[in-house]
Design a protein around this ligand. Structure first.
Ligand SMILES: *Cc1c(COP(=O)(O)O)cnc(C)c1O
Length: 217
């Protein structure tokens, strides 16, 4: 299994960057993976997972939670406003807060339920039209807007364009976090999590390097 290998590489990357390995949280991205692979990672003691679709998560995690009570589930994919309530019930963290309408819905749900998942504002650092996230120049104002709504924004998140050097995007995201006084940096995937750690990542989202290639369908 790739879990041990990825955990070791995280520790080494953190040490190399002069950071405490405990300051990097490994989100095991289990989307589309067969249940048996997820089970194996749970049995190995890992509890932090990421899913990119509410529907899929709702179909598989309640059963795992009957066996493992302390699962820490992160939503890392786009969220439709009409699924926000369900997302609140399923996830401990949501990494894809990217628009005022969603922020307002979260604020209303937080007031109604008395709690709110930890939130990350997604930033479209590559300014890609097809990608979710606020534009870098709009990030400060949006983060402020979320604060006015009393939302627990703990950090920012990005998915760099696949054909660009990720370092530039990690550096930009780190700068946005710093100037907004945010400590959480959700960045880095199977191909570049060590690099992300060198730029300060606190949450790395790693799928295929842990579970193997995703099996479609
Ligand atoms: C699928 C996914 C990942 C994990 O990708 P791998 O390359 O398999 O590590 C990370 N972040 C997001 C937002 C994803 O959708």
């Amino acid at each position: 299994m790739g879990l041990e290998d990825v955990s070791d590489r995280i520790s080494q990357a953190a040490q190399k960057a002069g950071r405490d390995p405990g300051s990097v949280k490994l989100i095991a991205v289990s989307k589309v993976q067969p249940g048996a692979r997820v089970d194996a990672v749970l049995a190995a003691g890992h509890r932090c997972f990421g899913e990119n679709r509410v529907q899929e998560a709702a179909g598989k995690w309640p059963a795992f939670r009957e066996t493992y009570a302390d699962i820490d589930l992160h939503l890392i994919g786009p969220l439709q406003t009409n699924k926000a309530r369900q997302a609140f019930e399923l996830f401990q963290s949501i990494h894809t807060l990217d628009r005022p309408k969603l922020a307002k819905t979260f604020a209303r749900l937080a007031q109604e339920t008395g709690s709110c998942p930890e939130l990350f504002v997604q930033v479209n650092t590559g300014e890609e039209p097809q990608k979710a996230g606020v534009l870098p120049e709009a990030a400060d104002a949006f983060i402020e807007e979320c604060r006015v709504l009393d939302l627990p924004v703990g950090g920012v998140m990005c998915i760099p364009p696949i054909d660009e050097e990720a370092s530039l995007h990690f550096a930009l995201l780190a700068k946005i976090a710093e100037r907004n006084g945010l400590s959480g940096l959700s960045m880095g995937m199977s191909g570049d999590f060590e690099k992300a750690i060198s730029f300060g990542a606190t949450h790395v989202r790693v799928g295929s390097a842990i579970f193997g290639e995703r099996v479609p369908g």
